[in-house]
Write a protein that binds this ligand. Structure first.
Ligand code: NBP
Length: 479
């Protein structure tokens, strides 16, 4: 074989990744797709890139030099399992199977384990950046063994996005670590988008801004500490006119948000690990609420009298920006907490600073902000929370009053801001001296004898709450 790398699955992601690989010095790329027409299409359009195309899987495997290294870019789930099976039958000890699709990390752990038993390397790899990223340079989050990383590292470094002079790829950790981190990335992406959407809604419905005004506001924000891909494309989306209706396109798009489910995975796993990712959770729930038109119509009908929008104070746009920034710090703090908990549960050695580094380019959440996170973990890898890093703590303190004003204005005006308000509640929970969890413990002890601990001495305590309780206990010795 002569190809140092192969790509299986030549739909949009796979063919773009194959082109990216082939454009880099030193790579010869083997390509294969179940339906040959797709391979033919790639060869017709880009055959001059030196691809070695095969009509069948045996030809594909034969075209790879050793250790054979193949990246699978097919539909997640059954399609991926089918292709892994075909390769596993033909690959030999030391060969490397990379899954670049959006796999559930639990599947990745299972697959890695099964293939390791056969002496094969399996590398579940998160790839973010969509079609354009795959072609021009994505952010890449590979898991798998150190041995596989030795071969794969230089190849992935050659195609990754570059940020601040560094390629946006690192060996995240073993087995499913890469897909886990990709999942958290997608969850953060949900939270980021929800906070942007709430900002837009408040500026529009409470601030009274026209869509044209808003384009300018987001363009301005993109020049400050919120500078990011998502803020940038918010301006682009708001700018778009609909030729049919002559209105801004955003005003003719149905307000029902879809999802492909990775946000749900993030929340499910966070709940299991006991990590409060309320920012991501609110974002997932907000999409779910939006997608219930019948329920929305029924409640709208039952409550026709909505509160009047309150008069906004001077500097309202700046207040919204501050609320967005502070809520974003909370969402990222929670996301990084989830990575810490996942690493502990699944025994991965993950560098949080490196995760922020590889998200700075190529991916959907790329942002100036991530440089601050890199610095925070550089200074102190053991941070209890991103919120207590001096830079972020100062930023939150500076925006705190505005954040509270915005949550208050949203509530008084009847404009939902679940992301902003739950982020503030999370912050206030962590920052409070005492929480009403003491009462919860009392209730639990009352009805279920679940016991509690005291502030003034060690030990576990149970109170005999009622006359009946006491009578029961007194009678116990005689029964
Ligand atoms: P799709 O997810 O639409 O999958 C289509 C590809 O899967 C085709 O090549 C198809 O072959 C192949 N395939 C299927 Br379906 N079942 C197969 C089977 N049983 N055996 C062999 N091949 C099979 O492609 P995509 O949109 O390019 O995405 C590829 C992966 O990348 C997915 O896991 C997706 O979740 C992920 N993705 C990531 C991003 C991102 O931003 N990171 C964006 C989009 C997608 P055929 O031509 O013979 O039908």
């Amino acid at each position: 074989g002569q190809a140092n790398i192969g790509v299986i699955g030549l739909a949009v992601m796979g063919s773009n990744l194959a082109r990216n690989l082939a454009s880099r010095e030193g790579n010869t790329v083997a390509v294969y797709n179940r339906t040959y027409a797709r391979t033919q299409e790639l060869m017709d359009e880009h055959g001059d890139m030196g691809f070695i195309a095969s009509e069948d899987i045996d030809g594909f495997v034969a075209s790879l030099s050793k250790p054979r290294t193949a990246i699978i870019m097919v539909q997640a789930g059954k399609g991926t399992d089918a292709v892994i099976g075909q390769l596993a039958e033909r690959f030999e000890e030391g060969d490397i199977i990379v899954d670049g699709g959006n796999a559930n990390f639990h599947d990745t752990i299972r697959r890695e384990h099964d293939l390791r038993d056969k002496g094969l390397n399996f590398v579940g790899t998160g790839i973010s950046g969509g079609e354009e990223g795959a072609l021009k340079g994505p952010s890449i989050m590979p898991g798998g063994s150190d041995e596989a990383w030795e071969t794969l590292g230089p190849i992935l470094r050659s195609i990754a996005a570059v940020a601040e002079g560094e390629p946006c790829v690192t060996h995240v950790g073993t087995d499913g670590a890469g897909h886990f981190v990709k999942m958290v990335h997608n969850g953060i992406e949900y939270a980021d988008m929800q906070l942007i959407a709430e900002s837009y809604d408040l500026l529009r419905r409470v601030g009274g801004h026209s869509t044209d005004d808003l384009v300018k506001v987001f363009e301005q924000w993109n020049e400050g500490d919120l500078e990011s891909y998502l803020i940038e494309i918010t301006g682009e989306v708001l700018k778009q006119q609909d030729p049919e209706s002559g209105k801004a396109l955003v005003d003719v798009i149905r307000d029902e948000a879809g999802s492909k489910g990775t946000g749900v995975w993030t929340v499910q796993n966070a709940v299991g690990l006991g990590v409060p990712v309320s920012g991501i959770g609110e974002a997932v729930f907000a999409r779910a609420v939006s997608s219930k038109p019948a329920q929305r119509a029924a409640v709208r009908q039952a409550f026709p009298d909505r509160p009047d929008v309150v008069d906004v104070p001077d500097g309202f746009e700046d207040d919204v920006r501050a609320a967005l920034y502070a809520s974003k710090v909370v969402a990222y703090a929670q996301g990084f907490d989830l990575i810490i908990a996942g690493a502990k549960e699944y025994d991965w050695d993950i560098s949080l600073g490196d995760m922020a580094k590889i998200w700075r380019g190529g991916c959907i959440i790329r942002a100036q902000f991530l440089n601050r996170i890199v610095e925070a973990y550089d200074k102190n890898p053991e941070l209890e929370s991103l919120l207590v890093d001096p830079y972020f703590a100062d930023a939150v303190k500076e925006g705190e009053a505005a954040w509270r004003r915005i949550v208050g204005i949203a509530a008084a005006s009847g404009v939902p801001a679940p992301g902003f308000s739950s982020a503030l509640a999370y912050f206030d929970s962590l920052a409070s001296d005492r929480l009403p969890a003491s009462l919860i413990q009392g209730l639990r002890d009352f009805f279920g004898a679940h016991t509690y601990q005291r502030v003034d001495k060690d030990g576990t305590f149970h109170t005999l709450w009622s006359e009946d309780d006491r009578r029961e206990v007194e009678q116990e010795p005689s029964t």
